[in-house]
Design a protein around this ligand. Sequence first.
Ligand code: NAD
Length: 368
Amino acid sequence: MIKLKKRKILLLPGDGIGPEVIGEVRKIIQWFNVNKSLDFEIDEDLAGGAAYDKHGTPITDEVFYKALESEVVMLGAVGGPKWDNLEFEKKPERALLKLRKELKLFANLRPAICFKQLVNASSLKPEVVSGLDIMIVRELTGGIYFGEPRGIKPIDKGERKGINTHTYTTSEIVRVARVAFDLAKKRANKVTSCEKSNVMEAGQLWKEEVQALHDKEYKEVKLNHMLADNCAMQLLRDPKQFDVIVTDNLFGDMLSDQASMLTGSLGLLPSASLGAKNKNGEMRAMYEPIHGAAPDIAGKDIANPIATILSFAMALKYSLDLDKEAEGLEKAVQGVLDDGLRTKDILTKGMKEVSTTEMGDAIISKLK
Ligand code: NAD
């Protein structure tokens, strides 16, 4: 068993805009080390297409072991058209799936917050989204993306059959529901659990186990159950009714992307993927923006680094127990938005356009 090294941060910039947005986080970590006397140990390596180009694999064993011993893994993004035609096992995205699965990062936290300064960037009416603050907790290592049997096999008369299997066990459901209830207690104290218990047995089990955990340990938290399709609709109709949403891997994938667009830009939203705490209270975790490698804007110094910077703020809060520093970083981001600085993706009339690096520098100057 590889031991986790406290305060070790592994940066995996990845592909496309990944290195640009992680570059801004590297500056912020160094700022904390110098100005707040923190002792973060930074390491950096290849993942995704960049790793494939150099080593013929999206993640080498060496990098994987580095991830295992790091308290925080900060990932940029992986992928791009250059690698689209590789066989499945060699695709850049396999690096991500391997890290999530092998580090046992079963809880994916995706906040969807509508910044007041950007309320007009959403495609929904300002009154629907202003003040929005939802936390989606997606189960990340089970369900249909990992279930067996899976594959494509020939059947009769030249036809083929694609197979994926949706399974959940009690413990897989309970551990992620626990994360949702614990988060709710620090927020508005409300959990909405989503499944399709009307048509899927695994959904029925999900609903029963979440309810049982609630009744046993979290009676003080308000719990309601919602069918996942209804949740998709409610997120557009009245998103502010939600506080914490907990759901499985597949529905979480879709609902969290949908929720992200309530806030206007992919370039703003962070995420955390957390494992279980060991008996010393230590936990493996990976933090990444929810956007991809954005090959269309890579190398132009125009990507929005805020999602990745806020992902680091989540790392400060959830992994490093530095709530005050996390808050300071979030406030610095707000301050820069208040000053009217915008990267191209969130630029509106009257605001000042800045580059990726200028945005990072402006946030650092607010930290000071
Ligand atoms: P994407 O998120 O990369 O880009 C979608 C659109 O949003 C693009 O127009 C892009 O320019 C814009 N965008 C994304 N992030 C931005 C930012 N920080 N600032 C400004 N604009 C931003 O999604 P896609 O185009 O569907 O995927 C591109 C590649 O990324 C694919 O290879 C895909 O597989 C991969 N991908 C990786 C991850 C990941 O690493 N976690 C997630 C999603 C997609």
